[in-house]
Write a new protein. Structure first.
Length: 493
């Protein structure tokens, strides 16, 4: 049988600064697991997951001995999942340390997991009592340019059985730490601590959706030096100024403010979704929305005689822009001062970076990583594995945005030499083995291998087709890395 040959000058001529192995060591090499052998095993498992993202361990780790070692790691009671996560969070904060500001999107999601016998320690998920799984609160750090740094906070929990109905007064009197609201506060504190340790000169700016519009979170976000923005979900009362008698409310007050300006915003499409509570959220087409901005400083009248003095930005889409769809209307509460149009634009832009965490959830749960397909036998085992896959999903998301926003960056900054060779050899392109294509071009070639069809796919390449492309080139990469394909010297040397 003839021996395959690729040029030696390609295989040895470029330095890769971010191979899968290098990423895995950067992400998890600092984990404090009590034994250096556990750390090394964690790094190898993460490296395999980065190369072959999938929900089942058997799909990620092919070698029988390595697979057995992976199961020992994930099923070991001596391996603390919180330490695995903390290593990843520190790595993300170190990436963010190069800037003065990082947007931090925080959001809650559910993992629906298989538990036919009811013995894995999962809790109820969603409205159906029979649906089992875990709840998770996640914080994703994003650069001011929109590039995901990675996860910087995360908390898993299993819901118990539904409790009897309680009155509004009883719910108000219950401490926040005893409600799911407490997980927002816990993850925000995780972020503060990891940034203080690894990126003390970088300020995290929390971006929170409607689920976080609760007075304990508003008060916690007003700590000195903190930055936060939360989308209002309720029309709160404003405190009365001296001499005022008639109550004023948030929405009406903002609607009465003068127009600060208009702004175009590209809004991504979204599918229809039925939330756990409330009415069906309709589907939304991708469009360029024309928005009107109004802002004011407000003082909220909160329970327990508390007050919150902050800024409010009302963002409303014009009727002509929305067409037949429901127009966008956001009322953003923020600790960031809004005195000028530029301030308003920045607050709006920062809030739109919260969409990154929705893309992360899709990549992690049903897209590239398919974490919900895991068959591990206990909640703690699942959490260890899900934590590793969460970092892999964040890396895929980061790669996606690097290709979009820094397309001229050398591919060797993010891909191994063998991966670049495999992509070039597998694609019909102008590049030849030995080239170091810009990352934007290489990711497009990789996405094409993963089934990307250009404009008909609905936008630029996403994490799912990139992950499929990585799976497509995996056999050729393995041959190149193992030496089964013999290198030959360049003919013109």
């Amino acid at each position: 049988m003839a021996t395959s040959v690729v040029p030696l000058w390609f295989l040895s001529g470029m330095k890769s600064e971010q191979t899968n192995a290098a990423w895995a060591r950067e992400e998890f090499g600092g984990a404090r697991l009590g034994d250096v052998r556990r750390v090394e095993r964690l790094v190898r498992v993460a490296e395999a997951a980065a190369a072959r993202p999938a929900g089942k361990v058997t799909s990620v780790v092919k070698d029988p001995a390595a697979r057995e070692a992976a199961f020992r790691l994930l099923e070991s009671e001596e391996v603390d999942a919180r330490e695995i996560a903390l290593a990843s969070h520190r790595a993300s904060a170190r990436r963010a340390a190069k800037g003065e500001l990082a947007f931090v999107a925080v959001d809650q999601s559910s993992l629906k997991l298989t538990d036919t016998q009811g013995e894995k320690g999962f809790g109820r998920v969603g409205a159906q009592a029979s649906t089992r799984g875990l709840e998770v609160m996640t914080a994703l750090a994003v650069s001011p340019a929109g590039e995901p740094y990675g996860l910087c906070g995360q908390r898993y929990w299993a819901r118990g059985a539904k409790v009897a109905h309680r009155s509004k007064r009883q719910r108000m009197q219950q401490p926040a730490q005893e409600k799911e609201l407490g997980y927002w506060l816990e993850v925000m504190e995780q972020v503060r601590l990891v940034f203080a340790e690894e990126a003390p000169q970088t300020t995290p700016w929390f971006q929170l959706d409607r689920g976080a519009d609760a007075w304990p979170i508003l008060l916690a976000g007003l700590r000195e030096g903190d930055l936060f923005t939360v989308r209002a979900a309720q029309d709160r009362r404003l405190t009365l100024a001296e001499g005022e008698e008639e109550r004023r409310y948030l929405w009406k007050t903002l609607e009465g403010q003068p127009l600060l300006g208009r702004k175009k915003l590209d809004v991504p499409a979204r599918p229809a979704r039925k939330p756990e509570k409330g009415k069906l959220r309709p589907a939304r087409r991708a469009r360029s929305a024309e928005l009107e901005l109004r802002a004011a400083r407000v003082s909220l009248d909160l329970p327990g005689k508390n007050r919150a003095s902050l800024y409010a930005l009302l963002v409303c889409e014009t009727a002509d822009s929305a067409g037949l769809e429901e127009p966008i209307e956001w009322l953003l509460l923020t600790s960031r001062q809004i005195s000028t149009r530029a301030d308003a634009d920045l607050v709006l832009f920062a809030y739109t970076q919260r969409w990154r965490i929705e893309e992360f959830h899709k990549c992690w749960k049903s897209g590239s990583c398919k974490v919900e397909e895991t068959q591990l036998r206990s909640a703690q085992n699942v959490i260890r594995w899900a934590t590793i896959l969460a970092s892999v999903a964040a890396r895929l998301l980061r790669l996606t945005y690097l290709a979009r926003q820094q397309p001229s960056r050398p591919s060797s900054m993010e891909f191994t030499t063998a991966e670049i060779c495999a992509i070039v050899l597998s694609s019909r392109s102008r590049h030849k083995p030995g080239d170091n294509p810009p990352i934007g071009e290489l990711v497009l070639l990789l996405a094409n291998l993963g089934g990307y069809t250009g404009k008909s796919s609905g936008g630029p390449p996403g994490p799912l087709v990139i992950a499929r492309g990585l799976l497509y080139i995996e056999p050729l990469v393995a041959l190149l890395e193992s030496g089964s394909i013999v290198a030959a010297p360049r003919s013109d040397q």
